[in-house]
Design a protein around this ligand. Sequence first.
Ligand SMILES: NC(=O)c1ccc[n+]([C@@H]2O[C@H](COP(=O)([O-])OP(=O)(O)OC[C@H]3O[C@@H](n4cnc5c(N)ncnc54)[C@H](OP(=O)(O)O)[C@@H]3O)[C@@H](O)[C@H]2O)c1
Length: 238
Amino acid sequence: MIGEEHRPSAGGDRQARPAVTVSYAQTLDGRVATATGQSKWISCPDSLRFAHEMRAGNDAVLVGAGTVCKDDPRLTVRHVEGTNPLRVVVDSALRTPPDSAVLADGAATGTLLAVTERAPTERRERALSSGATVLILPSDPYGRVDLKTLLDELAALGVGSVMVEGGATMITSFLRARLVDRLAVCIAPKVLGSGIEAIGDLGIRDLSRSITLADAAVEPYGVDLILSGRIEYPDEPA
Ligand SMILES: NC(=O)c1ccc[n+]([C@@H]2O[C@H](COP(=O)([O-])OP(=O)(O)OC[C@H]3O[C@@H](n4cnc5c(N)ncnc54)[C@H](OP(=O)(O)O)[C@@H]3O)[C@@H](O)[C@H]2O)c1
């Protein structure tokens, strides 16, 4: 084995959780992909450079297993100068294909797979042999990776900032768990009608319970707009 397998350490001093920024590209009607899951490219080249600047400005970039299986992203910094962040794939049963870019591009030592006990041993060993780190975490009530523990473990590894790039299920889970500090949404002048919605149900039934963006700023990037700001949650969860 080349990579390392980790489990959360019991007790000990906890570091502060990393700052979490959610960033994604959506259409005017709030879709992050077509109904068939196609998302390359909703945003224009200028916005793509912004996304790569964000990657370079964070210690880690995080996506869900759905995005890796559908898009096979490299999650590296390419369109600007900068250092590659740690690539984190949240993947309860370790379904990331062995030939996916994050495991097979020769830089898997910069990849961390956050899994649960559901991840079969042979898949863990295969990922370790590619050089990736496998972090075995407790499950949330739905049997998926517990995101709070994941952030605590990333903090223990020295990660101070995380960019969550998607997809929709992951973004929704982070918001539902109130783990998001900032949001940066690229809004492209396109309409899809049907498609994958950026954020799923958060249980909010009353406008006064909305999650809001404070200190919001809007900047044009080519034909797109990027809206960013600090997330504020209502006093009590919905
Ligand atoms: N426009 C954009 O900016 C953008 C960015 C990224 C992706 N996308 C698009 O989004 C689509 C993929 O989105 P998706 O929603 O299907 O997949 P996703 O959010 O990337 O991944 C979701 C999967 O992550 C795993 N997971 C493990 N722990 C989790 C937790 N606590 N909470 C939530 N998920 C957890 C689950 O699979 P297991 O149960 O197997 O672990 C879950 O099904 C693709 O079509 C892609 O093109 C668009």
